[in-house]
Design a protein around this ligand. Structure first.
Ligand SMILES: [Zn+2]
Length: 198
C-alpha cells in the first residue's frame, strides 16, 4: 500500500526551495499543527532521528549536513528512521563530550563566528545551537577525537597588532551533562533577551 502523502513534508520542501532550512521548516509545520489541535501529542517526536536535512540542489534530495546520509536512505527501513550518527569524523561514535572555549580577551572584537567555522572545518567538532555567550563558545565532539580537537583549537591564532595570538585563552573539558547544562542556560538567556526563537 503506498504511503499517504505527507503534506507537512511537502510544505517543508517548498519552503526549503525558497531558502528555509528544511528540518526547521518541517518542525515548524509540525508545531503549527500541534497548536491547531490536530495532533494528540503536544510534544511530538520530530521524526528526524537527530538528522539535519537540507536540500541539495544537484541531486534534488535532502541530505544530512552532519552524517551526510540522504533522507531517502535513512528512511528506507521497515521500522523508524535510522538515527543520525553525527559528524563523519566521529566515526560512528554516538557518545558526545564538550569543550568550553574562552575567547582570548586580547582580541579586539568577537571571534565567535571565526572560531565556530574553524572548529567545523576540523570535521571532528561543531558548535551546536545556542553555544555562544559572554565570550565563551561551547563545542561538541566525540570522546575518541576530542583530544585531537582540543589540540587543533589550541593552534588557532588571530593577528593582534601585527602578531599572531591564540584565539582562545582556555579550553575546558566538560561531561555530556555539563555541556547540555550550558546549552540550556544559554537558551534560557536567549529567550529572556529575544523571546522564543522562530
Ligand atoms: Zn545525520
Amino acid at each position: 500500500m503506498p504511503k499517504k502523502q505527507n503534506t507537512n513534508a511537502q510544505r517543508a520542501r517548498e519552503a526549503a526551495r525558497r531558502g528555509t532550512k528544511y528540518t526547521h521548516a518541517l518542525r515548524k509545520a509540525v508545531a503549527d499543527e500541534a497548536t491547531a489541535g490536530t495532533r494528540a501529542s503536544s510534544k511530538p517526536d520530530d521524526g528526524f532521528g537527530g538528522h539535519e536535512f537540507e536540500y541539495e540542489q544537484v541531486t534534488d534530495l535532502f541530505r544530512c549536513t552532519e552524517c551526510r546520509v540522504y533522507e531517502v536512505a535513512a528512511r528506507d527501513t521497515d521500522g523508524p528512521i535510522k538515527p543520525c550518527t553525527g559528524l563523519i569524523g566521529y566515526d560512528g561514535d554516538t557518545e558526545r563530550v564538550y569543550l568550553l572555549l574562552t575567547e582570548n580577551p586580547a582580541l579586539p572584537y568577537s571571534h565567535a563566528g571565526f572560531l565556530a567555522t574553524s572548529v567545523r572545518s576540523t570535521g571532528i567538532g561543531r558548535a551546536p545551537r545556542f553555544s555562544w555567550r559572554d565570550g565563551k563558545l561551547l563545542v561538541e565532539s566525540a570522546p575518541s577525537v576530542v583530544a585531537e580537537l582540543a589540540h587543533r583549537i589550541g593552534q588557532i591564532t588571530s593577528p593582534v597588532d601585527g602578531r599572531q595570538v591564540p584565539a582562545v585563552s582556555s579550553i575546558d573539558h566538560l561531561t555530556p551533562e555539563g555541556g547540555q547544562a550550558i546549552i540550556a542556560a544559554n537558551y534560557a538567556a536567549y529567550v529572556a533577551e529575544y523571546g522564543e526563537p522562530a
